[in-house]
Design a protein. Structure first.
Length: 520
């Protein structure tokens, strides 16, 4: 791992945190912001275009906001060995009959926050974005981990959104808990000051010879009217009367509440991700608690708002997410607006951890347990090709994923390709079965992925015999090897074949999925 490169980790952030702590026991991160799932039990179908395919749920249940009740007991035992006070608090929640789901969530968060403190520099800051479902418990957990003698704020992000219920107070704010590791924390208040009000500016109604605006003040405050014109008072009693210059401070030190609108439905930054936060919010936090060149980390980075803003503000960054879809989304977000060469430069400065980097590690992932085989398929389909995995993993009579692509210049017509990924030995019979499935599903194309050593001349001939996609000189059935993908080669699509599996629009799917809107 190069310390000078930006870092993306695919995997459980707890594993990443333990790895980082082992390498940097004294701490090395300047700012951590996290916006973890809120234990709201929602599943969000948010990233993919609707594709009509037989026998498949076209939109993947991505970024599922659920927590396991099974393994948290093991985590509790681990917490007992590193922080007894934290352990006692969490077990007390069990004694008062808090739900098992809530305790599992809080235990899961507690051990991760404990390690996050460890990897912070002494000048570092920690921001935890949470909602009323869990914020009161999480605040106690953070108190126990960071200590109440350290700087603390409860920030309130206020926003305006659609009208909600008329039988209760409408929720129009989020809570962000702020802790510093020590009293040496970085806080650049002049980067986020609030501008003076018009009323305040009117008080500075004098100008000196250097054209600096000022007001005349005494112990009782600014002078007004004729009293303010008697500037001779400044010389007769300079200890009592003085000039207060407007430019001595850029503005008012920031308050612990602020108004930033939620992302407009038509905004460029909006990705359709239901818990996506506005970039302006992250700009405020990153400017306040880090300097250019500092390292900013987000261990639940989701769609990558923290990462995108850190890059824009010339900070180094580190992001972790347990979903490879999130990693794919972040890379697209960082590079999509640029040309080919600039995209290559951006990617060259990012080290992606947790994915195979060569054919040996790809084989290792492919030949492990059934669980590893599924991860191998998902990596191929969603990371290397840009498609969508089929949640109903099937045998030889099915397929593992699909992608949609534009086949008209205006983007209104879309085609569909089904994808099959094989990690072991295969023969012509399996390949023929896949082609038949493609026809049965009435897909426009078929993409068959395997290792180079498993491709036979018979398979290549069978693929060629299926001919071209109508009106395009593109093979209807394509064999793509893992070696091809690792070398940067990919699927050959029609003339307007930009992959359309990921959403480009900013349309919310709340009504389509009967999900409660986030801000109501």
């Amino acid at each position: 791992m190069s310390e000078n490169m930006n870092q993306l980790y695919f995997g459980d952030c707890l594993d990443v945190l333990k790895y980082l702590y082992a390498k940097h026991p004294q701490g090395y991160i300047d700012l951590i912001y996290i916006d973890p799932p809120f234990n709201s039990k929602k599943n969000y179908n948010i990233l993919f275009e609707q594709v009509e395919l037989k026998d498949i749920k076209a939109q993947k249940q991505a970024f599922a906001d659920t927590w396991s009740n099974v393994s948290y007991v093991d985590t509790l035992h681990e917490i007992q060995s590193i922080d007894i006070k934290l352990y006692k608090f969490l077990t007390a929640l069990d004694d008062i009959k808090l739900s098992k789901g809530a305790i599992a969530y809080l235990t899961t968060m507690a051990i991760r926050i404990w390690y996050m403190k460890k990897v912070l520099k002494d000048t570092g800051s920690f921001y935890l974005h949470c909602d009323p479902n869990m914020s009161h418990y999480l605040k106690i957990i953070c108190d126990l981990i960071f200590g109440r003698n350290i700087l603390f704020n409860e920030l309130v992000w206020c926003y305006k959104e659609r009208e909600g219920s008329k039988n209760q107070w409408n929720k129009k704010h989020d809570i962000i808990l702020y802790f510093s590791k020590t009293i040496k924390n970085i806080f650049n208040w002049k980067e986020i000051f609030e501008e003076y009000s018009k009323g305040t500016l009117k008080k500075f109604n004098y100008v000196d010879n250097d054209r600096r605006k000022f007001q005349i003040r005494g112990k009782g405050g600014p002078f007004t009217g004729e009293q303010g014109l008697n500037i001779e008072l400044e010389t007769t009693n300079p200890d009592w009367v003085y000039r207060d210059y407007l430019d001595k401070s850029p503005g008012v030190p920031p308050r612990d509440w602020f108004v930033i609108p939620v992302i407009n439905r038509a905004a460029k930054e909006r990705l359709g991700y239901p818990t996506q936060k506005p970039e302006a919010l992250l700009e405020r936090i990153i400017k306040a608690s880090s300097n250019e060149g500092d390292l900013v980390a987000d261990f639940f980075c989701g769609c990558g708002t923290t990462i995108a803003v850190a890059q824009k503000l010339n900070r180094k960054w580190l992001g972790t997410d347990i979903s490879h879809l999130a990693i794919k989304l972040i890379l697209d977000r960082l590079t999509k607006a640029y040309g080919v060469e600039e995209r290559k430069k951006i990617i060259s400065e990012i080290e992606i951890n947790g994915y195979p980097k060569d054919i040996a590690s790809a084989r290792e992932l492919a030949t492990g347990t059934d669980k590893h085989r599924v991860k191998f398929q998902d990596w191929i389909i969603e990371v290397m090709i840009g498609g969508v995995s089929n949640e109903k993993k099937s045998g030889d009579s099915g397929y593992d994923g699909f992608l949609s692509f534009h086949i008209s210049q205006d983007g209104k017509r879309k085609g569909t390709a089904i994808i099959e990924v094989k990690s072991g030995n295969i023969g012509i019979a399996q390949f023929r079965s896949f082609v038949e499935t493609m026809k049965k599903e009435k897909a426009d194309m078929g993409i068959f992925v395997c290792f180079e050593s498993h491709v036979t001349d018979g398979m290549r001939k069978y693929a060629r015999d299926e001919g071209y996609l109508a009106s395009f000189k593109v093979d209807k059935v394509q064999i793509v090897t893992v070696e091809d993908l690792l070398e940067g080669k990919s699927v050959r699509l029609p003339g307007y074949g930009e992959i359309a599996s990921f959403k480009n629009s900013t349309k919310r799917l709340d009504k389509e999925n009967n999900d409660e809107p986030l801000f109501e």
